[in-house]
Write a protein that binds this ligand. Structure first.
Ligand code: FAD
Ligand code: S2G
Ligand code: ZN
Length: 472
């Protein structure tokens, strides 16, 4: 089948509205959010139903054409971007955007893959429920992408990752069949739990077209604090204090280095330092409760008093009112964008056991400074999960291209250090194309073998998102 014939057959399936062929309209689909990865494709196909997705997958399989599934295209590993050949078809799921069912009594919501995360949060709130996945890209990322990257974000501490929030999936397999797994059951021991094959598979094992997600009781009480700390270990100890006092009412705990906050204060309009003098480390902490009369401020203040007594806190402000809460979160959520103003941002998204966090930072910072004196290290993120974002900027007077040329060497430093604490080189962003080549150096060879076996079983011709996740 020639590309022209394929386009004609695809047009028969998805109609004019479902096909993008004009170069100026194609551009947004062919590069990632950070413009770090660029690809090429003659056509982007945008099916509107699961049946159309299945027909598109079957057509491309018959034509021997590879597919690159794409949701909101906010991924940070180049997983949703086609290669440079121009031979691949981008399959955008953004037209599958129905919320099929909300079931407050079963505490579930059934949504299609193209629904934006923020819409799910809003649909849950509309029935006095809570959908806890929350991340900086929530206004653009889609549920299909969240599932395929097993997204984490700021709510993992209390509610887990996307894997933990999912009860059922509907998937179009590489052979075009539809797996109807959309069951909202919290118990179903009828064989292998197949949904977990596709969650985190980054589009390499099939196309997720819908999901049944868990809902939780809405949180009506909230307390938020911004705290200055002497060290990452103090942050780990403070988590212990707040957990001992508040149990699972601790719903978020984010750490930020001084460098992270400096970039935000410099580049994000309207942000300001809550304290009069700078400190090395900060935490943004949130408690939540379903009751409005839970004295969360009091609980937070008691925990902070203990932290001050033990020298774990150097300064703190407990937010009064939603405007101040928003201002504190803006300091945290602005880091990613702010860093883009400082030249190349070499991103690393790692996890270690929480008990190893302090040693990880000490070892990694020292090794990075030895390699590139004056390197600016933006360390921040979901410390309660053991997950830090180690994003590196060049020294103040450094050269962009020279710094970029050191990317592999610097990544090795971060990954070797992480690996020495039995950590993971990708905590929540996945592997995409940016980390697949280092997998062989850090992943158990038997695990890699099993993954390849599953890939061969489900996608023997290798047409689902080739060049992503698994090393050659
Ligand atoms: P895309 O980028 O479109 O695709 C991601 C991967 O999933 C690709 O491999 C693609 O092929 C595959 N895919 C997409 N849809 C489907 C589908 N329906 N079926 C099969 N495969 C599919 N991530 C976090 O985990 N935590 C964070 O805190 C976080 N913060 C972020 C902050 C910012 C400012 C930005 C830009 C990104 C952040 N991310 C974070 C990364 C990103 O938002 C997540 O990985 C998100 O889950 C990607 O969703 P998406 O719809 O944009 O997916
Ligand atoms: C976060 C986002 C992306 C980055 O902000 O929690 O996951 O810049 C990150 O690493
Ligand atoms: Zn993150």
């Amino acid at each position: 089948m020639t590309p022209t014939e394929l386009s004609a057959r695809l047009r028969e399936v998805v109609g004019e509205a479902g096909l993008v062929t004009e170069p100026d309209q194609l551009a947004g689909y062919l590069t990632d959010w950070r413009d770090a990865y660029r690809g090429n494709a003659a056509v982007v196909v945008r099916p509107a139903t699961t049946a159309e997705v299945a027909a598109v997958v079957s057509l491309c399989r018959d034509a021997g054409v590879a597919l690159v599934p794409q949701g909101g295209n906010t991924g940070l590993c180049g997983g949703a971007v086609p290669d440079a050949s121009g031979d691949q078809v981008v399959l955008s799921l953004t037209r599958l955007r129905r919320i099929r069912e909300v079931d407050p009594a079963n505490q579930t919501i059934t949504v299609e893959a193209g629904v934006v995360l923020q819409q799910v949060q809003q649909a849950a709130a509309a029935v006095d429920r809570f959908f806890p996945l929350s991340l900086g890209a929530e206004g653009s990322c889609t549920i299909g992408g969240n599932l395929s990257t097993n997204a984490g974000g700021t709510g993992v501490l209390r509610y887990g990752t996307m894997r933990d929030l999912t009860l059922g999936l509907e998937v179009v397999l590489p052979d075009g069949r539809i797996w109807h797994g959309l069951r909202g059951l919290r118990k179903d021991n009828t064989g292998y739990d197949l949904k977990h094959l596709f969650i985190g598979a980054e589009g390499t094992l099939g196309v997720i077209t819908a999901a049944v997600l868990k809902l939780y009781p809405a949180l009506h009480g909230r307390a938020t604090a911004w705290i200055a700390l002497p060290s990452p270990q103090a942050a780990v100890d403070l988590i212990e204090i707040l957990r001992a006092r508040g149990g699972d009412r601790l719903t978020a705990f984010e750490i930020m280095s001084r460098q992270s906050v400096d970039f935000v204060l410099r580049h994000v309009p309207g942000t300001r330092d809550p304290f009069t003098s700078p400190h090395d480390w900060y935490a943004l902490v949130e408690l939540g409760d379903t009751r409005t009369d839970a004295d969360l401020d009091g609980l937070l203040e008691a925990g902070l008093a203990e932290a001050f007594d033990r020298g774990l806190a150097l300064d703190a402000v407990v937010a009064s009112g939603s405007a101040q809460v928003a201002a504190l979160w803006a300091l945290r959520e602005g880091i990613s964008e702010a860093q883009n103003h400082e030249g190349p941002s070499l991103k690393h998204d790692v996890t270690v056991p929480v008990s190893s966090i302090a040693a990880l930072v000490e070892r990694t910072d020292r090794a990075l400074q030895e390699a590139v004196p004056g390197i600016r290290i933006v360390v921040y993120g979901h410390i309660g999960d053991g997950n830090l974002h180690y994003n590196l900027s060049k020294p103040v007077d450094g050269d962009d291209e020279e710094f970029r040329s050191r990317a592999d060497e610097l990544a090795r430093i971060v990954y070797d250090s992480t690996s020495s604490f039995d950590g993971s080189i990708s905590a929540e962003h996945g592997l995409g194309q940016s980390k697949r080549d280092v997998m062989a150096d850090y992943k158990d060879p038997v695990a890699l073998d099993l993954m390849r076996g599953l890939k061969d079983l489900l996608d023997p011709v290798g047409l689902m998102n080739p060049g992503k996740v698994l090393p050659d």
